[in-house]
Design a protein around this ligand. Structure first.
Ligand code: GUN
Length: 292
């Protein structure tokens, strides 16, 4: 039974608990890592952090910690904000050739002198545990997913676990990034949802959102989705992680207002975020298995 957060008398929605599902995924992965390690294969993830973006530092710390807890080896390469593109590319090329490294993650954003596209395209597709390489994005478009971006994969796992019906449902994705919105739209389409992608230039956002059976917010704007934008009984997925001036975390959805109307909803924190890391570990273990 899914837990119900105490948000006052209006609260009706079922909470989609990503923290607990991610813990289940991680515990299964830990056993698999142990089994692989006994056969002489220790999954290994290389993480490159260039510059000193404070949010990136926190994300990377959480990823490295999750690796440690699961038994995945992690090597963190911290490069100065002044690092040249050539030096970063050399590092990626060396990791491509290192057989003990199964996954390579370059944390974004990168310092401004570096072209992120060139860096991401240099990662060997088989080691691209973020699923950002064009070969992996193309495979997804072709309906033959290989490495799938971690946040969209985590959202799909949450929906599947919660038994949310997608066939014929109207899924509205607010946000068109290469990291979340576009790949998630393709994954929802593959499950036979009718998908609408909205973005900052979309007119009539409120009406579009209100027509959604599954509403995903992935734009990075606190409380963009208000209660009146949610169809009664809809499933609301909040991918946003926004830090407010008082230091607290807030999603792209006005949680209390949306939870009063929705059928199910992800909290922030504790919804999509933990699933992203669980999917990263899963991609890494899968890469190790495939490279044996
Ligand atoms: N920056 C924000 N999200 C991500 C992510 O999922 N992967 C990487 N590499 N960088 C990010």
């Amino acid at each position: 039974m899914a837990p119900v957060l105490d948000c006052g008398p209006l609260m009706a929605a079922r909470i989609l608990d990503g923290k607990s599902l991610a813990a289940q995924v991680r515990s299964a992965l830990k056993k698999e890592v142990e089994a692989l390690s006994q056969r002489g294969i220790r999954p290994g993830l290389a993480v490159i952090l260039a510059g000193d973006n404070p949010a990136s530092r926190v994300y990377v710390r959480n990823k490295v910690r999750a690796c440690e807890e699961t038994g995945v080896r992690s090597d963190l390469y911290e490069l100065p904000a002044t690092v040249s593109e050539a030096a970063l590319l050399d590092r990626v090329l060396a990791l491509n050739d290192d057989s003990a490294v199964h996954g390579i993650l370059v944390q974004l954003p990168l310092p401004k002198q570096i072209d992120p596209h060139r860096v991401l395209e240099t990662i060997a597709p088989a080691k691209d545990v973020d699923g950002f390489h064009e070969a992996n994005l193309g495979a997804l478009v072709a309906g033959e997913p290989r490495m799938v971006a971690c946040t969209p994969a985590g959202v799909m796992r949450l929906l599947e676990h919660a038994g949310v019906a997608l066939g014929g449902a109207h899924a509205v994705v607010i946000g068109r990034s290469n990291i979340v919105g576009k790949p998630l739209a393709l994954l929802l389409l593959q499950k036979d949802a009718t998908v609408t992608i909205c973005h900052s230039k979309s007119g009539g956002l409120g009406a579009l959102a209100r027509s959604a059976d599954v509403l995903v917010a992935a734009v990075g704007r606190p409380k963009l989705v208000t209660g009146d934008m949610v169809k009664p009984g809809a499933c609301v997925i909040d991918v946003g992680v926004n830090r407010l001036s008082d230091g607290s975390l807030c999603g792209d959805v006005d949680f209390a207002a949306a939870a009063a109307v929705a059928g199910s909803i992800t909290p922030v924190p504790g919804g999509v975020g933990p699933m992203t890391i669980a999917m990263l570990l899963e991609n890494c273990v899968r890469a190790a298995r495939a490279m044996r």
